[in-house]
Design a protein around this ligand. Structure first.
Ligand SMILES: *[C@@H]1O[C@H](CO)[C@@H](O)[C@H](O)[C@H]1NC(C)=O
Ligand SMILES: *[C@@H]1O[C@H](CO)[C@@H](O)[C@H](O)[C@H]1NC(C)=O
Ligand SMILES: *[C@@H]1O[C@H](CO)[C@@H](O)[C@H](O)[C@H]1NC(C)=O
Length: 346
């Protein structure tokens, strides 16, 4: 199935909510880390191997997931927000910094290896008619859905990466030196963003174009917090994976195309919802039509199950969550569990 599809990105989304699958993956992670490291075995089959990162964080109360990546020479650790909804990886950077947000580590000291403006990695960050202000450097500006942004310049630096087969590699990859940041509404106190999107400038695309991993990115965000992220195809048995091709229409994002909203296992008739997988967003967002339909269905379902005579009937799911009646209602807990990750706030 690889033939003819090598340029298609796939997102493996493992939502592990059961303890059985958690344990299985934890085992996979441990055996992966047990490979003996030897840099002399550089010629080992890299394609077919993977790079694995443990993830820290949770949806609530933290509101984000982070991975630690070692960058620079000598390598220094940085905490990055993993974001499948954008391409560019950037660090808060001492270029010097005009506006930086409080970060866990000292600002990144940029390498002097600038990416030129006409370089394809730079072009991928700009519209086709973009005019280079200076040919020697690649200025970038990224904006996020929550209003946050980063402005900076593209440099190349060493990423220290451990493969699951024990090989250690230090490829030079392009990253943003962000010297002017505006925090968004969902501000995360981290050193930068790990861009995992489908574009050329994303870390996985760069590793793939250097022949260092196959273009597969997978993540497991555990319902109990934590999880792991991997690049490459060495950690799973492809025959046990259900593959869905990503839409060719929405090439910027991981989108399986349009979806229909189901509630309690039944179709609601709300169709043609364009869905994207975005690990950088804490909640699942619905458009207002789908949102209103879902809250209506929830209210109906809850009013059926909340015990009669309990104080205050079901109003909104968020209020219910806090009400005593709700605490007593086992079925409600069940419903809310099903909805973990849904943004039901207005
Ligand atoms: C990995 O190594 C550790 C320490 O050497 C050991 O305790 C653990 O059982 C090993 N795990 C696997 C899956 O081999
Ligand atoms: C990010 O992850 C690291 C482990 O990789 C953890 O020690 C650290 O506390 C996390 N940082 C934040 C700000 O969540
Ligand atoms: C890579 O492996 C080496 C040796 O096992 C270890 O010292 C280093 O911390 C690892 N780096 C990462 C990023 O895990």
């Amino acid at each position: 199935m690889r033939k003819g599809q090598v340029n298609v990105f796939f997102l493996l989304l493992f939502l592990s909510l059961s303890s059985a699958s958690d344990q299985k993956w934890r085992k996979a992670m441990m055996s992966a880390y047990n490979g003996s490291s030897s840099s002399s075995s550089m010629m080992m089959n890299r394609v077919g191997s993977s790079i694995l990162f443990p993830i820290h964080g949770n949806v609530y109360p933290t509101g984000y997931y982070n991975v630690t990546i070692n960058i620079g020479h000598p390598p220094k650790p940085y905490f990055l927000d993993l974001d499948t909804g954008s391409d560019l990886t950037w660090l808060q950077c001492n270029a010097p910094c005009v506006h930086c947000i409080e970060a866990p580590h000292p600002l990144y000291q940029p390498s002097n290896d600038l990416v030129a403006c006409r370089h394809p990695l730079c072009a991928a960050l700009h519209p086709p008619d973009y005019k280079c202000e200076s040919p020697d450097q690649c200025d970038y500006e990224v904006e996020y859905a929550d209003g946050g942004s980063s402005l900076g310049v593209l440099v190349r630096d060493v990423f220290s990466l451990n493969y699951t087969n024990g090989v250690r590699l230090s490829p030079r990859l392009a990253l943003g030196c962000g010297y002017d940041q505006i925090p968004g509404t969902s501000y995360h106190p981290l050193d930068g963003i790990l861009g995992l999107g489908r574009g050329k400038s994303s870390i996985v695309s760069q590793l793939q174009s250097q022949g260092l991993v196959r273009n597969v990115v997978g993540h497991c965000l555990s319902g109990r917090g934590g999880g792991f992220l991997f690049f490459g195809d060495g950690l799973y048995d492809s025959s046990h994976v259900t593959w869905t091709s990503m839409s060719q229409e929405f090439t910027k994002y991981y989108s399986p195309g349009s979806a229909e909203l189901h509630f309690g296992g039944k179709a609601t008739g709300i169709k043609n919802l364009i869905v994207i997988f975005d690990s950088g967003s804490s909640y699942t967002y619905l458009n207002s039509q789908a949102y209103q339909a879902l809250t209506l269905l929830l209210k109906k379902e809850l009013s059926r199950t909340v015990a009669k005579g309990s104080p205050g009937g079901p109003d909104t799911p968020t209020m219910l969550e806090r009400s005593k009646a709700f605490q007593k209602c086992a079925r409600c807990q069940e419903i809310l569990q099903d909805l973990t990750g849904f943004g039901l706030c207005k």
